[in-house]
Write a protein that binds this ligand. Sequence first.
Ligand code: ZN
Length: 288
Amino acid sequence: MRAALSIVVAILSAFFCLNASAQDANPQEKNRSFQEYAPWLDPSLELRDYHIHLRGGMTAEMAAERAKKTGVRSGVLENHGREWPLSTNEKLDEFIAGVEAVNATLPDDEKLKIGIQVNDRDWYKTIDLKVYRRLDYVLADTMIMGKRPDGSDERLWQLPKDYDVNQDEWFERYYKHCMTVVSEPIDILANVTYLPEFIAERYDELWTEERMTALIQAAIDNGVALEIQAESEFPKPKFVELALKMGAKLSFGSNNFDAVMKDASAWKRNIEKFNIQKENLWRDASTK
Ligand SMILES: [Zn+2]
């Protein structure tokens, strides 16, 4: 298996060098990272990457090819919401139909799971149920929080390092936001316990065990998996340890911006540190 994976890595390296976007500073660096993680991957985990965006040149066909080469199965999605690519039920229907057409050419065990990442908090009231039923899963994160007094959203990754706000009040609002998102009819919560740069150094103080426990319990009660995301330092080890102890399910994701494979060393770190087994992983209903 290890020898086979080495060949796979070589093929992948060539493949992704050819497809790397011009803006990417150092795609070889990322390929090297993949070489580092591929040989340890235990096939019995039946790992699936449920967070592959079809954007920036990434296609459903490429996701299917990647799965065959790496042994990590693929779940593909795109952003759903008023200001996002899947802004209407018609566009969502087209997106699903596009992946279904690729799936029609694949054997059953290679078919892609089809999801959406929901960015509006009333998504479940506006989505057409006939379209919704064709999805394998719904993923959300807490990276967009509304509304400020001027009516605009706070996009957490865009907040300045010197964001001028009462930090304790801000965190209280954010914590409530996290508890709201985890209570929606979603399947996967991504970038769990994320904190923007202006407040990130207060992680241990703000994300108390009591708050972590409440969030994890809400996820368990609502059947929501907690995502370990490539290239994200969230959630921190303390949270993952507690989540596993409480019996929560985990999910693994890339959250790519283009066709270049992400550095999955965060997956490796967590799988090894916590000896994550197949039974710790969330699976969509059709895979169970
Ligand atoms: Zn995403």
